[in-house]
Design a protein around this ligand. Structure first.
Ligand code: BEZ
Ligand code: FE
Length: 289
């Protein structure tokens, strides 16, 4: 069958895909064709609109480099990254909820001792980050590897400053009771990179590019699914309009304000500081609710 009339072309193309050897790839290819053909039937783009769409994707590709992934930003800002995250993390009740990794994670961060300062000279209000890591049933997890990273009080990650110096990121290991603690600085809300086609798209859609203030975590322990998540700071004006749809109520945390003086970990501070505390719960490997 080779009927290319408007109502039959979708099936014609799908028939042609039956030679795809890999069954998963065949299924994905069929779905791509079905959904894109349905999009065209729904929108009925003009030839000029179709040319603009191709041009948009071309510019998106041209914006990509070793340090910039415009297609992931596109996926993030259309909610696709969070949907992929959701279908892959149907965890049992009790496990901490996941969210997007984002583009600012750096592999193999520097390891720090408990209570160390990981700010690397970043500017901002001192922030004590502390808590625990446990299994979803509450059993403490000793020796879990916890990577933490965040923006500074200007809304930039270290890697965006264009220098090699690492700041506001590090790796900790939980102690015998599953606890962790480090010092850094309080991050603020910031815009995702918006000087490319995705930024133009957000403008055209009347959307802002901001993410509410947050701290990223990646937590790994043998026998458990690696948890990729953030803690969002309550009260942030962008919590209900995160440009990448990453916010979940269960990972919004109240920052505790402290006056200058003795911190809960015994450190003496000459200036007021804040505390971000959270108890993480990991899902067992292959756990799917
Ligand atoms: C981030 O939180 O680091 C991030 C996530 C998605 C897109 C841009 C930034
Ligand atoms: Fe971030």
């Amino acid at each position: 069958m080779n009927d290319t009339r408007e109502d039959l072309i979708t099936q014609t193309v799908i028939n042609r895909l039956q030679t795809t050897v890999d069954p998963r790839l065949r299924r994905i290819s069929e779905a791509v064709v079905r959904h894109l053909h349905a999009l065209v039937r729904e929108v009925e783009p003009t030839q000029e609109e179709w040319r603009q769409a191709v041009d948009f994707l071309t510019r998106t590709g041209r914006m990509c480099s070793d340090t910039r992934q415009e297609f992931i930003l596109l996926s993030d800002t259309l909610g696709i990254s969070m949907l992929v995250d959701a279908v892959n993390h149907r965890y049992p009740l009790g496990a901490t909820e996941t969210t997007v990794l984002g583009p600012f994670y750096v592999e193999g961060p520097q390891s720090f001792d408990q209570g160390a300062d990981i700010s690397g000279g970043m500017s901002g209000v001192p922030m004590l980050v502390r808590g625990s890591v446990a299994a979803a049933d509450g059993t403490p997890l000793a020796g879990a590897i916890l990577d933490v990273w965040h923006a500074d009080d200007q809304g930039f990650y270290d890697v965006q400053h264009g220098v090699d110096r690492r700041a506001g990121r590090g790796r900790l290991q939980t102690d015998a009771e599953g606890r962790f603690a480090c010092w850094s600085v309080r991050p603020v809300s910031y815009p995702i990179p918006h000087d490319g086609p995705v930024g133009r798209m957000l403008e055209a859609q009347g959307r802002h590019p901001y993410r509410p203030a947050h701290v990223h975590f990646m937590i790994a322990a043998p026998g458990f699914e690696t948890l990729v998540t953030h803690l969002f700071i309550s009260g942030d004006p962008y919590l209900t309009s995160d440009a990448v749809f990453g916010v979940k109520d269960s990972i919004i945390v109240d920052l505790i304000d402290h006056p200058a003086g003795a911190a809960p970990d015994g450190r003496e501070l000459a200036v007021p500081f804040v505390e971000l505390a959270f108890d993480f719960r990991l899902a067992p490997v292959h756990a799917r609710a």
